[in-house]
Write a protein that binds this ligand. Structure first.
Ligand SMILES: *Cc1c(COP(=O)(O)O)cnc(C)c1O
Length: 227
């Protein structure tokens, strides 16, 4: 796609982030714009990074690797379902894994973390809406899961992530974002502040920001040719 399309899209996105933050009385600079490049190639990554974006998200390891290797200085986030046998690669290549959703994956990350002397920075994915098609812990599983992470010294839990159901009117997703914020409040404690809420995609990110998102994950808002 053309460079100026991304540039125009990005400008619109930044304006919307800014106004949603202001509406909620938040500082816009507290919100990280994560560019999701799963549907685009190396050229778009180059264009977006030239426009000042530094954080990029991918949801499939195999498709991510060529991009990650072409731009090792960018900050790469893993946002998709991660198979345990790919934990090692993910640990080495990604600065934040948004999708820790089960104990067995945590155990693998811990194991490779020990071996490679690397910490795994993670968000815990919560299936707030209880959709069968989505991954993530049930909200009620969160306290025990967080407790079990205390024994894993290579796992650094930085917050929570969710995907809201797709709805025509993003207002209908608001309750999901409110719930994730409440789950952070109810599960944070000294030494575990859960600073990040990764929530909000192209269809619903302004609502997510109003409810406290610190990371919004945007693909089509940046890279689709219409808009
Ligand atoms: C694809 C994807 C996104 C971005 O979706 P858009 O609707 O294109 O913004 C965000 N988060 C996850 C987990 C994704 O898989």
């Amino acid at each position: 796609m053309m460079a100026n399309n991304i540039s125009i899209n990005l400008e619109k996105v930044r304006e919307k982030i800014h106004s949603a933050a202001c509406k909620a009385g938040r500082d816009p600079s507290d919100i990280l714009l994560l560019a999701v490049t799963k549907s685009v190639g190396i050229n778009e990554v180059r264009l977006a990074s030239a426009l000042g974006l530094q954080d990029f998200g991918e949801n499939r390891l195999q498709e991510a690797l060529p991009k990650v290797e072409s731009f090792p200085r960018l900050r790469w986030h893993f946002i998709g379902h991660l198979q345990s046998n790919k934990a090692k690669h993910a640990l080495k290549k990604f600065c934040l894994i948004h999708s820790l959703d089960r104990f067995s994956l945590a155990r693998e990350l811990q194991r490779y973390g020990e071996k490679l002397e690397l910490n795994a920075e993670v968000l815990i994915q919560v299936n707030v809406a209880g959709e069968r098609s989505k991954f993530g812990l049930e909200p009620g599983e969160l306290p025990d899961f967080l407790l079990s992470m205390e024994d894993m010294n290579r796992i650094k839990v930085k917050g929570l992530m969710t995907m809201a159901p797709w709805v025509e009117n993003p207002e209908e997703a608001r309750s999901v974002f409110v719930r994730l914020r409440e789950l952070r409040r109810d599960n944070a404690r000294p030494g575990l502040t859960l600073p990040h809420l990764s929530m909000g995609m192209t269809n619903d990110y302004t609502v997510a920001i109003e409810e406290g998102a610190t990371i919004v994950r945007l693909g089509s808002a940046l890279f689709a040719s219409q808009s």
